[in-house]
Design a protein around this ligand. Structure first.
Ligand SMILES: [Zn+2]
Length: 219
């Protein structure tokens, strides 16, 4: 597994317009303008950050895993990856990445998948799908765009390690991230980002210990 390719960013956090913490297990929504740079910092390491992007003017255009994977002919994301929409437009370009690899396939955890994968008693546990649905229903930016639970496509899992086996299987493996690793991307259109800072406790995607992340935006 090659995770050694790393690209650091020259941007100074003290100059950022937005510099916020999203606590472990919580959602986070923000508008990012075309040309702005967005950074997600894995503060304590091995934290899966489930992320969706929407066109800030028309939420029917949104991040598309299939377009992104087929255009770059590669399953993982890192510096240089372009994040494509379902309309075939580049939404963001990853410009820096000190982790080296991010997942496009694992999807978001949900009460339903937790019961199927782990145990019936896991049903009440908080999940990324809960975070997404709550934000879609209650966040002012999502409300402005008229979004609802219909607007939930497949998400990116930043910092999450989902290796694909030789036979095409998926595994949820120990993370490849570490405290302070970050991924940074330039918005190529006005977007709304919707994050679930994953609360999953049943697999190693968060090292069984969900932790906070830092979100920064620069002009
Ligand atoms: Zn999750």
């Amino acid at each position: 597994m090659n995770t050694s390719t790393q690209f650091a960013s020259p941007l100074d956090p003290s100059q950022a317009l937005i510099n916020e913490i999203c606590p472990a297990g919580e959602p986070w929504v923000k508008a990012i303008k075309r040309g702005q740079t967005f950074r997600i910092v894995d503060l304590e390491g091995n934290q899966a950050v489930d992320t969706l992007f929407y066109n800030a003017h028309d939420a029917l255009e949104r991040y598309s895993a299939t377009d992104t994977i087929s255009r770059q002919k590669k399953l993982y994301l890192t510096a240089g990856s372009e994040l494509y929409s379902n309309f075939g437009n580049v939404m963001l370009t990853i410009t820096a990445d000190t982790c080296g690899r991010h997942d496009t396939l694992g999807g978001a955890c949900a009460a339903e998948s937790n019961t199927v994968r782990y145990a019936l008693e896991k049903f009440p546990m908080h999940s990324c799908r809960d975070n997404f649905l709550h934000a879609l229903a209650h966040d002012p930016l999502c409300q402005q765009l008229g979004m609802s639970k219909r607007d939930l496509p497949s998400n990116i899992n930043f910092f999450m390690n989902v290796p694909v086996t030789e036979s095409g299987g998926l595994e949820f493996a120990d993370g490849v991230s570490a405290p302070g690793k970050y991924v940074e991307m330039r918005a190529e259109m006005d977007v709304v980002v919707l994050i679930s800072n994953c609360p999953q406790l049943n697999n190693p995607c968060n090292a069984y210990n969900p932790t906070p992340i830092r979100l920064l935006i620069w002009d």
